[in-house]
Every structure is written in C-alpha cells, then in structure tokens.
Design a protein around this ligand. Structure first.
Ligand SMILES: [Zn+2]
Length: 342
C-alpha cells in the first residue's frame, strides 16, 4: 500500500535520497551532507557537525546539550546500492541498516520540536560504525553528557534486552616447507591451522538463557604457496559472538588449541544488558553496535529500531513504509515519555 499520509510520503522520499547518497564506511560525506540538508532545510532542525576524523563528520541534530540522544549510524557496508521503490518498500544499501532508522529518528525529533517538546533531545548520526567505530569514539570523547541514549539498529520496536559480546582473533600457524612428495620432511602450517579450527568447531562454547549460544565464524583463511609445496605459514580470522564474559571464552579457546597455532586478539566487546525503558523487552541481539564504544559517556542505553537486521548487508536490504511509520511513532512516544518523566 502506498504511504497514507503526506508526512510518510516525505519520509519515504527522504529515505530514498539518503539511500542514494553514497556512504560506504570511510567515504560517508555524501550521506552526511544529505542528512544535514534533510534535517536543517526540510525538517527545520538545528545541526552541529562534530569531526570524527578529518573529512568525516558526525551530526548532532536538535538540542546541542542533550539529556536524551537518539543515536544511529550513516555509514554502510560496500558496495553502494541505489534505492528502488515498490508500492510497499524502499530497497537499497542502508534502507534498513541504518538509514531507515536515521529517517525515523529525524522525523520523531522534528515532531517533538514542532510540538515544543524537543528541549533536551538530539539525534546523533555517526560515521564509522561498520568498521572502527571512530564516530562513536569521537562522540564518547566529546563534551556530551546525556542521561540516556537510545541506539537505533533494525531489531524491531521492542527494546532489545541485551546484545552479545564479540571476540575477533587471528590464528597463525608456522610450518617448515619442503617437497609435498615427502610430507615426512616438513610440517604443513595449513594442516596445523585446519586441525586447530577443527578442535574449536567441536568446543561446547557457553550458552546463556537470555543471550543464546556463543557462535564462531571462520571469516577468512589464507596460507601456503602451491599445491606441491608443504605450506610454511597460514592464518585465519575468527569472530566469536559471545554469550559469556570474553575472558572465559578466550581461556577455553586457548586451552583447546594448545601450541598448534599462535593467537592474537584483534578486537573484543563484552555482552551488554540494555535498559528496556520499562517496556516489555524484545530478544537479545546477536550483532555488535556502538554501545560498548559509548559506555564512556556514562548514560544508560537502550536499543530499538524499525526493520529486520536479517536483510542487512545483503543485496535484498529493505524497509517497509509501515515499519518506517511505526518507527517514527515509537521513537516519538518513547522519547516523549523520557523527556516528560524527568
Ligand atoms: Zn547498523
């Protein structure tokens, strides 16, 4: 069904504009410019640019000294995909993760300011979430001092109860090379690496009633030189989504792989329990957000947002007009209650 109200028609048009503005992580400027235009020129909101890195700005939209922040990200994973429309949905890169969320936040913010209820509220649209979290890091190091942050990622409009932690590791194996016709004369690093991974696949990693299972992804693997050479080196990048404290999982991994490979920790984030805003919470989310980066601001944090993350990072990414409308309503309601309750 086409959008029913003028406001939703404009919101859909703005989402199409924002999706069409390229924003692959590291080159977010066109989308930052587009979001600034939408907020300032079309929604009549004040906009402050806050540099995250040279040429890469976060946007703070609304009250420059906010007590409540609606926060999501403008960057997207590659490749850029232009927007297309059906009678019911917007498609394209970022339609749900997280430009649809950003438009819902901006429209809710505009409604509250139009009704003179926006004092103390700002939208923080950051860069760099899909990679180094540099936008959130810059915000965390800024003078902002919010009491509450509502993070937006597509996970439905019931606030998520928690998010899993994360542990990214590099496993490196060393061997000694030689002619593959005489395997007894060398040690294959590829075989060692595969043995280590096979051991890890059989580990019973922690399962939590709220967070669900700890999962492992062998995301990248490389090594060796040729089919007839015993491989002198090999490495793999693994990502664990953690349902228990990261150190406990790391200790289990170390004990299983023994001395087969060396292990380097590349990144970690502990599981985080969100504030459910007094509402009945939705399930824990298995993906990572800017939450752990924003901890330094000392605010309580919630996570909710329109759309379904399962279509994100794929060529099928989409957001329905209905979800966009519900997202605007939900953010307006929740933030309105928070501001009124203070
Ligand atoms: Zn996202």
């Amino acid at each position: 069904m086409p959008p029913e109200t003028d406001e939703l028609r404009r919101a859909v048009d703005h989402l199409v504009d924002l999706v069409n503005a390229p924003s692959v992580t590291g080159d977010e400027a066109p989308a930052v410019d587009a979001a600034e235009r939408i907020a300032r020129d079309d929604l009549d909101l004040s906009v402050l640019r806050m540099e995250a890195e040279p040429g890469r700005d976060n946007l703070l939209i609304g009250d420059p000294n906010p007590r409540i922040i609606l926060c999501t990200h403008l960057d997207t994973v590659p490749p850029h995909i232009d927007a297309t429309l059906s009678d019911t949905h917007v498609y394209g890169r970022g339609a749900c993760d997280a430009k649809g969320v950003a438009i819902a936040m901006l429209y809710a913010t505009a409604r509250l300011f139009r009704g003179d209820k926006g004092d103390g509220l700002a939208c923080l649209l950051v860069v760099g979430e899909e990679s180094t979290h540099c936008g959130a890091m810059a915000a965390a190091a800024s003078d902002l001092s919010p009491q509450h942050i509502i993070l937006g990622e597509p996970c439905g409009l019931d606030p998520a109860i928690a998010q899993k932690g994360l542990l990214k590791l590099r496993l490196s194996a060393r061997g000694s090379s030689g002619h593959s016709a005489y395997p007894e004369l060398g040690v294959s690093a590829v075989h060692r690496l595969l043995d280590a991974i096979e051991r890890l696949k059989r580990v019973d990693l922690p399962n939590d009633p709220t967070l669900g299972p700890t999962t492992m992804n062998v995301g990248r693997i490389e090594g060796g030189v040729a089919a007839n050479v015993i491989a002198p080196s090999a490495e793999a990048i693994l990502l664990f989504r953690c349902a228990a404290p990261v150190d406990a999982i790391l200790a289990e991994i170390r004990s299983r792989i023994g001395s087969l490979v060396t292990l380097e920790e590349l990144n970690r984030a502990e599981p985080y329990a969100f504030n459910a805003l007094g509402l009945s919470p939705g399930p824990a989310v298995p993906f990572n957000t800017d939450a752990h980066t924003l901890l330094d601001l000392g605010a309580s944090m919630s996570l909710m947002g329109p759309g379904d993350m399962r279509c994100a990072h794929s060529p099928r990414e989409e957001l329905s007009f209905e979800d966009l409308a519900d997202g605007i309503d939900a953010y307006e309601r929740v933030v309105g209650n928070l501001l009124a309750g203070e």
